[in-house]
Design a protein around this ligand. Structure first.
Ligand SMILES: [Zn+2]
Length: 416
């Protein structure tokens, strides 16, 4: 077996060709506008057909499950053994790039193709998966395919509507999927030995360390808060400073606190959306609405951050006699990657003469959801300027091949 591992190399040019071909699906005629493949649109379904064809070409057993996850299976020698799952997603954000998600799916296909070409016999089957709607850009909630597989998809998801009023239920029917059968996509923990995902880094840690690949140890979990502050809209000239209930000032105070709280706990905090109403140059804002995104790799620390945000909102609003309300829109627990998989990736790096670099993951991925039912690991590939969700997203041909070589080695270890 080890002789095969040493002599089998990833076909860098073939991998690159598939990355560029997939990037043509949903590509804007104006290159600066990147690639748009929103969930269950014509473009995303066409991308899935492309993936299905690639999987068939290399002789995988291919199926689409009840929520449209594309799954290609390389059969292991023991039909009763659990599967090693590997993959990512092929949907993109609006005006996205060519590598986010695509690299994980196409790299997995290339790794499995290399295993087949080397005629390796592995005990466990390997299932390559392209998940449905990781990004959530069309209906406002993501990880649909992985949530369905992990058995945590909620029925009310199908009531969500996109900007043109099409419901998730209708989008499912349009894609020839039956929304009432989503539970058929559930996989039992005993069926899956591990899930491994390669993804572009979306930050600059690898670039600044001058390394092509890294091993993820922890994934931060986000909490999303919708904050509404209600004071009094009043005349900007006639109302003395001491008699105002200015919601925007209370919001500004909280925004500064978000930065302080995140820094103090070693997490991250972002106010990404703000709105003041009524919104006029000569009107004191009576209402301020804003979002807060808080993340940390440690759930306890993140809970402290959330608690301090509530205290900060309450304090600012109390002294200004402003009413406040906070809605928790999303709460995903942070998680750690499997120590066994991290260790095996370290060994694979040493085998490939790659320096071992461990790092944390700030963004959410299908892997976060899959960790609810199986051991999970992640490989990061350097992305230029840490750019993602952007047409300028870029990982070099060599770096994509390095990540895929590492994925290949870890698949062999996991499936042998
Ligand atoms: Zn992604």
């Amino acid at each position: 077996m080890s002789a095969l591992i040493v002599t089998s190399k990833i076909n860098e040019h073939r991998l690159w060709k598939t990355l560029m071909e997939l990037a043509e699906i949903g590509a804007s005629p104006n290159k600066e506008e990147g690639v748009t493949r929103l969930s269950l649109t014509k473009e995303e379904l066409e991308a899935k057909q492309y993936i299905i064809q690639l999987m068939k070409d290399i002789g995988l057993e291919v199926r689409m499950d009840a929520v449209g996850n594309v799954i290609g299976k390389l059969l292991g020698t023991d039909p009763l053994a659990s599967s090693v799952m590997v993959g990512s997603h092929t949907d993109t954000v609006f005006h996205g790039g060519r590598f986010d998600g695509s690299l994980g799916v196409l790299g997995a296909i290339e790794a499995v193709r290399t295993i087949k070409e080397a005629n390796m016999k592995l005990k466990h089957s390997i299932e390559v998966v392209s998940f449905t709607d990781e990004e959530g850009s069309r209906f406002g909630t993501g990880y649909i395919g992985s949530k369905a597989m992990a058995g945590v998809l909620k029925e009310e998801t199908f009531e969500l509507k996109d900007k043109s009023g099409v419901s998730y239920r209708e989008a499912f029917l349009h894609a020839k999927l039956d929304p009432t059968k989503y539970k058929e996509a559930i996989r039992k923990p005993e069926e899956i030995k591990a899930y491994i995902e390669m993804h572009i880094e979306q930050a600059k840690v690898l670039e600044e360390s001058d390394l092509s690949v890294g091993i993820v140890t922890d994934i931060q979990g986000p909490v999303w808060l919708d904050v509404t502050l209600v004071g009094d809209a009043d005349h900007a000239g006639a109302t003395p400073m001491t008699m105002r209930k200015d919601a925007s000032i209370a919001m500004a105070e909280v925004m500064i606190e978000v930065e302080k709280i995140a820094q103090c706990h070693g997490g991250v905090g972002t106010v990404g959306y703000v709105k003041v109403e009524p919104g006029g140059v000569n009107i004191i804002p009576g209402k301020a609405s804003f979002t807060i995104d808080l993340r940390h790799v440690n759930k306890m620390e993140r809970s402290k951050m959330v608690k301090e945000i509530y205290q900060s909102v309450s304090k600012s609003c109390e002294k200004r006699m402003i009413e406040w309300h906070i809605d928790v829109k999303k709460e995903v627990d942070p998680t750690s990657c499997s120590p066994d998989i991290v260790k095996s990736l370290e060994e694979a790096c040493i085998h490939l003469n790659f320096p071992v670099k461990k790092l944390q993951c700030g963004a959410g991925h299908d892997s976060l959801i899959m960790s609810e039912i199986t051991e999970m690991g992640m490989i990061f590939v350097r992305s230029k300027d840490g750019m993602s969700h952007n047409p300028k997203e870029w990982s070099s041909r060599e770096d994509c091949a390095d990540g895929t070589a590492l994925l290949f080695q870890s698949l062999i270890k996991l499936a042998k």
